[in-house]
Design a protein around this ligand. Structure first.
Ligand code: GSH
Length: 264
């Protein structure tokens, strides 16, 4: 599990849970939802991804990959949404966000792992394909090359350099996984079983992010019902939810930002 023992006195002095996150980030929303489901008090520290605060020296001691989310607890930083979910479930098993049956638990972690590890290929790629990915300057690109080669490679080969063929493949890949989720939701109320688990947090936030950013889910009635169920839970509240903005506004901001930044 990616955990760092912190050494900076300022960070060591933090008491309770401190989540470094971004409002619109689906990966961050997973951590927020889990904290709320477990009814843990937490303090949020908003990292502005548009101004690239995630690449500042101070933040890199908390998450050396230059990504959100990261959770500070008891002098340690746990980073990456899957590991935050795992950490919270291990340390605070009640209320449980696991299915009852052993084989369902295994399948649940597979879903969580897939959601966290396919973020670039599924969600980020979709955002870039419709012109709302975050532009990356040449300077920030060279930082990613050093600290996070996977993201650098994505930005160079995909990102805003995606051909229409690749854009189509991204749409197809998202439809494939959504179809699989739609089928699972035809068998039980939630993704892995009939109760709400970490896999609903992980993929629910992906599906919601896609919907909020203009991906039509109208052909997926079970997913629409499921997202609605998730949004209606007390854990999806003003502190945890992903804010929504008109798509035209996000497109304008990204367009201007791209013109102003020498992007990769
Ligand atoms: N596997 C990681 C992915 C984290 C990630 O990619 N976070 C995005 C926001 S959702 C980020 O920090 N992006 C930084 C950027 O766009 O430069 C997780 O699940 O937490």
């Amino acid at each position: 599990m990616p955990i760092i023992n912190l050494t900076d006195k300022k960070l060591l002095d933090l008491k309770g849970f401190h989540l470094f996150h971004a409002g619109g980030s689906n990966c961050s929303a997973r951590a927020r939802l889990a904290l709320e489901e477990k009814k843990l008090e937490w303090t949020g520290h908003e990292i502005n991804l548009l101004t690239c605060e995630q690449l500042q020296e101070d933040y890199l001691q908390i998450n050396p990959l230059g990504e959100v989310p990261a959770l500070i607890h008891e002098g340690k930083s746990i980073y990456g949404s899957e590991d935050i979910l795992r950490y919270l479930e291990e340390k605070f098993p009640t209320p449980s966000l696991l299915p009852d049956k052993e084989e369902e638990i295994e399948s649940m972690w597979e879903w969580v792992d897939y959601a966290a590890n396919s973020h670039l290929e599924n969600i980020a790629a979709y955002l870039y394909s419709v012109g709302i990915g975050r532009p990356c300057s040449a300077k920030n690109f060279s930082i990613y090359q050093k600290i996070n080669p996977k993201r650098a490679e994505f930005l160079k080969n995909k990102g805003y350099n995606m051909s229409s063929k690749v854009k189509n493949e991204v749409m197809k890949a998202n439809h494939t996984i959504l179809t699989q989720i739609e089928n699972e939701l035809g068998k039980h109320r939630y993704l892995t079983c009939d109760t709400y688990t970490l896999s609903d947090i992980a993929w629910g936030m992906n599906a919601l992010a896609l919907k909020n950013y203009g991906f039509s889910l109208s052909q997926y009635p079970n997913i629409m019902r499921w997202i609605n169920d998730i949004e209606n839970r007390p854990s999806y509240n003003n502190k945890s939810k992903m804010p929504t903005f008109p798509l035209w506004l996000v497109k304008c901001i990204m367009f201007i930002k791209r013109k102003a930044t020498r992007t990769i």
